[in-house]
Write a protein that binds this ligand. Structure first.
Ligand code: MN
Length: 232
């Protein structure tokens, strides 16, 4: 499981304790005031051009993801017990959270988990799947091209806002899963090893209504080493 919550919690707590500015938040309106924080992108905003433009990356990461982190921290402000849970556990056990924060955690926590994965599995010159991942893709989809066709069709078929994911089960079996809004496979106890954001904010500046073109171009941004790492 990606350990994004514990690490974020510790980093956030340490930063608050040291009264320092957490890097990666370029807009001062969202100072870290809770267990979660917005990590900086590991690459410049323009690294994924021409497939994803720098302005889209800036708005998407700083504003959209940033707002989700702020919303998640705000929801947890008066719920110290929930605030100590790992994010994966919160999302898996939404029904056990206090009712007044359930929707906020679902939307903002789901967004934080999804976007954290999303930034991780993209990068400049991402190469090809390694031989082990390639074997699994061939076994479960026939070929990488067939996986891409099915993944793109699934992403194009999401009505309104949502995500298309590639998940891995405990035995390493791969599956394509779509989710509406900011829902995540973590809510089903499944692990996303990659995924594409098909909310309009992810592509509208460059692609407008042409979501299928974005889905197709997006594969050029995939960092396969990072996908293999999330597969574990
Ligand atoms: Mn997004």
């Amino acid at each position: 499981m990606p350990n994004l919550c514990r690490r974020s919690f510790l980093a956030g707590a340490a930063a608050v304790a040291a009264n320092m500015v957490v890097p990666g938040v370029s807009h001062p309106q969202a100072p870290p005031s809770g267990p979660f924080r917005l990590a900086a992108l590991a690459y410049p905003n323009n690294a994924l051009e021409p497939h994803i433009d720098a302005r889209t990356m800036e708005l998407h990461h700083d504003r959209h993801h940033g707002a989700a982190v702020a919303g998640l921290n705000a929801a947890l402000k008066d719920h110290g017990q929930a605030a100590q849970m790992r994010l994966e556990q919160m999302l898996l056990k939404l029904g056990e959270l206090p009712e007044e924060i359930r929707t906020a955690v679902r939307n903002n926590g789901g967004s934080h988990a999804n976007h954290t994965m999303f930034w991780q599995i993209m990068g400049k010159d991402g190469g090809e799947p390694d031989s082990d991942l390639k074997r699994a893709i061939d076994r479960d989809f026939g070929s990488l091209a067939k996986l891409q066709d099915r993944f793109n069709a699934a992403g194009a078929g999401v009505f309104g806002s949502g995500w298309v994911f590639l998940t891995a089960d405990g035995d390493g079996g791969l599956a394509i899963v779509t989710k509406p809004n900011q829902d995540t496979p973590l809510m089903d106890g499944r692990r996303a090893i990659m995924g594409n954001d098909v909310w309009e904010h992810a592509y509208y500046l460059n692609y407008q209504n042409r979501r299928p073109d974005y889905l197709k171009a997006w594969w050029n941004t995939v960092n396969w080493a990072a996908v293999a790492k999330l597969r574990g």
